[in-house]
Design a protein around this ligand. Structure first.
Ligand code: UGA
Length: 466
């Protein structure tokens, strides 16, 4: 997404993937995951000649020619919650080796021109890495240089051949393109003035909102460009995700209370969200948060705190409130259906959120597992992630179907797990006629109008809706 967006802004971008075949696929416009708008942006970039892809062999050339290299690899959850930095480490070392190899090729130019470069290479970390990792990245680049450099003066030149910066991203899956072009802010952390100035120039069309867009009116007038030190930039990323996760867990706790006292959490969220200090977003109660970011980033922040023997009771509560949300679905089903053994339960929406096919930490998978353990027969449907879910589900567990009404046939209950837009338009009468009588709908995202559901003859259970 970063590469495609930067090429859209007019920059020349070359994306390197360690998998040569994947690079080829991308070059031919095939995106290996679902993200609205990305395929189109990539093919426009490739068509313009500004966006290209290469396998790992392309890095050496880049280390010589590029002004900026972004590290944008995955940092999945590793042992005991901490982030697994092996991909970041591999890329950093390769950048170091590539820098040194270039200088070997042009021995007469090194070290005067810092390993063959006119200006230092700006290595920007976009991957989410634990606070303090920028120093680690610097060290690994040095290691790569040292492993490859042959002459003593090349080792000395190494320090001048690159600078590092941290540029965390705040885009959401499913709306990544919108979030990239119209971000709430751009954050850059670096000790190097040159790095900060170069990145400011790179992002200028976004900061000034001067790039061409089909969106009218443009949603943003200008975008704040926040500059800070490396460690603070890394902390901003984690603190933002942890705060958003906490905000959701907070409203989910309020939802529990709303259920008991007869209040409506949607109205409560609206009422508190109008307070500028609170804000309306990320106050949707329901099954809770999942995905590839919140769970791993909250865990990574806790892991950093543990290193310093710091307790994080608020983060612990955020996680524990969230874990209970999945179980609450089961309780709601049990309250109405009693035993779940042999009951057919349909799950609508398998991806962790709408507009993505990402199943990482998807609530659907946990709910399916809990239901299966109780002997229920689980059938799942998702407009985009169905195939992926089918290949992930062990044989004999959740049956995945490709039509929502097929999932509903003879189902004792249906759970809306992910609020895909198409579920709001389901034909409720048809739904009622297909389901086992009396039908039950558990609305895990408070996505439907309870009255409309009840009018169609379906019992309705939402979250925190009185
Ligand atoms: C999240 C952040 O929102 C991005 O700013 C950040 O860049 C990204 O992580 C990342 O670190 O890469 P993402 O995980 O793609 O983005 O999706 P979100 O829209 O934040 O949703 C996360 C989860 O929270 C989903 O399961 C969603 O259903 C849930 N959610 C969201 C709620 O339960 N209630 C809400 O009000 C909002």
């Amino acid at each position: 997404m970063t590469g495609a967006c930067l090429s859209h802004l007019g920059h020349r971008v070359r994306c390197i993937d360690k998998d040569k075949d994947r690079a080829k696929e991308l070059a031919s416009g095939r995106i290996p995951f679902y993200e609205p708008g990305l395929e189109n942006l990539v093919s426009r970039g490739v068509g313009s000649g500004r966006l290209s892809f290469a396998g790992p062999e392309g890095l050496r050339r880049l280390a010589q020619d590029a002004e900026v290299i972004f590290i944008a690899v995955g940092t999945p959850q590793g042992e005991e919650g901490s982030a697994d930095l092996s991909s970041v480490a591999a890329v950093a070392r390769s950048i170091g080796r590539a820098l040194a190899q270039n200088s070997v090729e042009h021995p007469e130019e090194a070290p005067r021109r810092a390993l063959g470069r006119e200006r230092p290479l700006i290595v920007v970390n976009k991957s989410t890495v634990p606070v303090g990792s920028a120093d680690y990245v610097s060290m690994l680049i040095r290691e790569g240089i040292d492993a490859e450099a042959s002459a003593e003066d090349e080792h000395e030149a190494a320090a001048e051949s690159f600078v590092v910066a941290s540029n965390p991203e705040f885009l959401r899956e499913g709306s990544a393109l919108y979030d990239s072009l119209f971000p709430d802010r751009i954050v850059v952390g670096s000790a190097s003035r040159e790095a900060i100035d170069t990145l400011r120039a790179l992002y200028e069309p976004i900061i000034e909102q001067s790039f061409s867009t089909e969106l009218d009116p443009r949603p943003k007038a200008a975008v704040p460009f926040v500059t800070t030190d490396l460690v603070s930039a890394e902390m901003i990323k984690y603190a933002a995700n942890a705060f958003l996760a906490t905000k959701i867990s907070f409203i989910n706790e309020i939802a529990n209370l709303c259920e008991l006292v007869g209040a409506n959490v949607g109205e409560v969220a609206y009422g508190i969200g109008l307070d500028g200090r609170i804000g309306p977003r990320f106050l949707s109660a329901g099954i809770g948060w999942g995905g590839s970011c919140f769970p791993k980033d909250v865990a990574a922040l806790q892991a950093v705190a543990r290193e310093y023997e710091l307790e994080t009771p608020l983060l612990e509560a955020t996680v524990s409130v969230n874990e209970r949300r999945r179980k609450q679905v089961i309780l709601k089903l049990q309250r109405e259906l009693h035993t779940l053994k042999d009951k057919r339960i349909a799950l609508l929406g398998l991806s962790f959120k709408p507009n993505t096919d990402d199943l990482r930490e998807a609530p659907s998978l946990k709910i399916a597992e809990l239901l299966e353990a109780l002997g229920a027969r689980v059938v799942g449907y998702d407009p985009v992630a169905a195939k992926k879910a089918a290949s992930k589900s062990p044989p004999g567990s959740m049956t995945v179907v490709y039509d929502p009404y097929e999932a509903l046939r003879e189902a004792h209950a249906v759970v809306i797990v992910t609020e895909w837009e198409e579920f709001r338009d389901l034909d409720l009468e048809r739904m009622a006629s297909l389901m086992h009588k009396p039908p039950l709908l558990v609305d895990g995202r408070n996505a439907l109008d309870p009255e409309e559901v009840r009018t169609a003859g379906i019992r309705y259970a939402g979250f925190g809706r009185g």
